[in-house]
Write a protein that binds this ligand. Structure first.
Ligand code: AMP
Length: 289
């Protein structure tokens, strides 16, 4: 089933999603790839029915050009979904801006306990208020039991957990692992803007994360971050915007480790004018492989 209006979607869900069913939700901005599909497969392992939204949300873009350049191909997306999933369990919602926002797209303001002020939030003011606004709208219309998000956007995942704590609905937020291209680049709709050679070259980002995670086992945070910067200094085409090691629950950048906290390395790099984002969990334990 496909819907463009939230009122007809709500009416359908009220009529067809009986209390014995479970409803999953995967929000996307389209230009679907295997990373999105993996979230949907996981959702359908947990839930009998799934709503997938396809909507490029204007209020989470601080840069108008970035919004305009964002890849859009609704027909290809719908075809891909219909190829991979059973029509009985899949509900696609692709509204236009007016259906969501009325005449004036505007973000609400949220208190995310500082989770939104670092990394992606520090460099993109208002971004997470836009993410919160669209998800609050979707959660309210769809009322899912569970919603699925990629760890590729780990900061977003933690902020959504915080958002859901503030909402009246009881929605379980499920984090899903990062899907990668053959050479290691985290899959992303933005990768479409890279040449084939650049996609391969960008595999270096994941390589740098794994080298850093190995280094971190026997070294401190300062030394690990210095090593990451040196790795990028040797890459003429890859421009490192930031490398941060942060506490996974507070997302605050850390300069030393505490035994009770978990840490993650977050990296943003630019290649051919495309902004690429990735992260990896860190541990002092030796890996088993
Ligand atoms: P987007 O369409 O980029 O807004 O992403 C929609 C959802 O897909 C978000 O929860 C993303 O974190 C997730 N996602 C995007 N790329 C990947 C990936 N490579 N692996 C896993 N999840 C992803």
């Amino acid at each position: 089933m496909r819907f463009t209006s939230h009122t007809s979607l709500t009416a359908y869900l009220n009529e067809h999603i009986h209390p014995e069913f479970s409803l999953g939700f995967v929000p996307t901005m389209g230009a679907l790839h295997q990373g999105h599909l993996s979230l949907m497969r996981t959702a359908l392992e947990h839930c009998s029915h799934l709503v997938v939204s396809i909507f490029v949300n204007p209020t989470q873009f601080d840069n108008k050009q970035d919004l305009e350049k964002y890849p859009r191909d609704l027909d290809a997306d719908v075809q891909l979904l219909q190829q991979h999933f059973n029509d009985q369990s899949l509900i696609i919602y692709h509204p236009n801006v007016e259906d969501v926002y009325g005449q004036r797209p505007e973000a609400k303001k949220y208190d995310f306990d500082g989770l939104d002020l670092v990394m992606e939030g520090a460099n993109r003011p208002g971004h997470f208020d836009g993410v919160g606004t669209i998800l609050e709208f979707f959660f309210n219309v769809i009322r899912p039991d569970k919603a699925f998000f990629g760890e590729k956007d780990f900061q977003q995942l933690q902020i959504i957990r915080k958002l859901v704590d503030q909402l009246p609905q009881n929605i379980e937020i499920v984090g899903c692992p990062i899907e990668r291209e053959t050479h290691g680049l985290a899959m992303s709709s933005r990768n479409e803007r890279l040449t084939v050679a650049a996609r391969k070259e960008a595999g270096f980002i994941y390589k740098s994360l794994r080298i850093a995670a190995d280094h971190f086992r026997a070294n401190n945070i300062t030394s690990t971050l210095e090593m990451v910067k040196e790795l990028y200094n040797e890459q003429p085409n890859l421009d490192l915007e930031y490398a941060v090691i942060a506490d996974e629950s507070t997302l605050q950048p850390a300069s030393s480790t505490s035994p009770n906290a978990s840490y993650r390395l977050f990296v943003v790099a630019h290649l051919e004018g495309v902004r690429l984002i990735d992260n990896i969990p860190l541990s002092k334990q030796q890996s088993s492989n």
